[in-house]
Design a protein around this ligand. Structure first.
Ligand SMILES: C[S@@+](CC[C@H](N)C(=O)[O-])C[C@H]1O[C@@H](n2cnc3c(N)ncnc32)[C@H](O)[C@@H]1O
Length: 241
């Protein structure tokens, strides 16, 4: 019964939000989204401060014997994670949306404890400018929900990581099917897709991570209690190549 109701409500929501498809096609929202994301980042970071601090605490384990650490962030957005990275590490930023650059620059200026490489305007599915096995750590937060092809991204991550390097992730995921969160995630999926510039709230991303061929995965399911209920279920952790 609940499943039928969910499908009907989902269809209605699809119809109502259809005009937003036209807005998306024009690319206007893509220009506006970075400003929105930049402002939301402050409250998300505040609510998730302890989680992010715990997540990135172990990044230094993957530094080289001389203390250097080369970190590449995919879908870096406005640079919300810089403050959690260890002193002295070199950060290469990538994002397919060039309009984030202005906000990224602000985060770079505010985090002078890091060294910054190029900002590469690329999708994480294909990063030809990054050599095989050339980075110690890859990070992505709130990105695998928005990429076109999660599996291809994970293969690309494995390609660029050095053996023994780590992939850090913090991602919202689909809820348990028995919950009302799952129900509303499916009903409002399309609306959220437009508001979040391509963000899909119904992905079971942990399955792709587990199937990606990493040698070891440290993965936890958590509830991000203070954030909007639609994106409350998260996964966090790191996978070792
Ligand atoms: C919700 S924002 C998160 C930004 C940042 N990682 C953070 O935690 O604040 C999603 C980001 O994923 C980026 N993105 C979308 N598709 C992508 C793709 N195929 N490859 C890499 N990044 C992508 C977007 O441009 C955007 O910067």
């Amino acid at each position: 019964m609940r499943f039928c109701l969910m499908v009907i409500c989902k269809l209605i929501c699809h119809v109502i939000t259809w005009p937003l498809t036209l807005v998306r096609v024009t690319g206007v929202y893509r220009r506006l989204f970075p400003a929105l994301a930049y402002n939301i980042t402050f409250s998300y970071n505040e609510k998730m401060h302890h989680t992010k601090r715990d997540l990135f605490r172990s990044v230094t384990k993957f530094a080289n014997p001389d203390g250097t650490l080369r970190l590449l962030e995919i879908g870096c957005g406005s640079g919300a994670n810089f403050r959690f990275y260890p002193y002295g590490c070199t950060v290469v930023c990538t994002d397919p949306n060039p309009h984030f650059q202005k906000y990224l620059r602000r985060s770079m200026d505010a985090n002078a404890h890091l060294t910054y490489g190029d900002f590469l305007v690329v999708a994480a599915e294909d990063m030809p400018a990054v050599d095989d096995e050339s980075v110690d750590v890859v990070v992505c937060t709130l990105v695998l929900c928005s990429v076109r092809d999660v599996r291809t991204v994970l293969q690309e991550v494995r390609r660029i990581l050095r053996p023994g390097g780590a992939f850090y992730f913090l991602e919202h995921v689909v809820s348990d099917p028995s919950t009302w969160t799952y129900f509303f995630q499916h009903v409002l999926e399309r609306l959220w897709f437009f508001l979040g510039d391509g963000c899909v709230i119904t992905r079971a991303t942990w399955k792709d991570l587990q199937a990606a061929g990493f040698s070891d995965i440290h993965l936890k399911h958590i509830e991000a209690h203070d954030v909007t209920f639609l994106i409350r279920p998260h996964i966090m952790g790191y996978a070792i190549k």
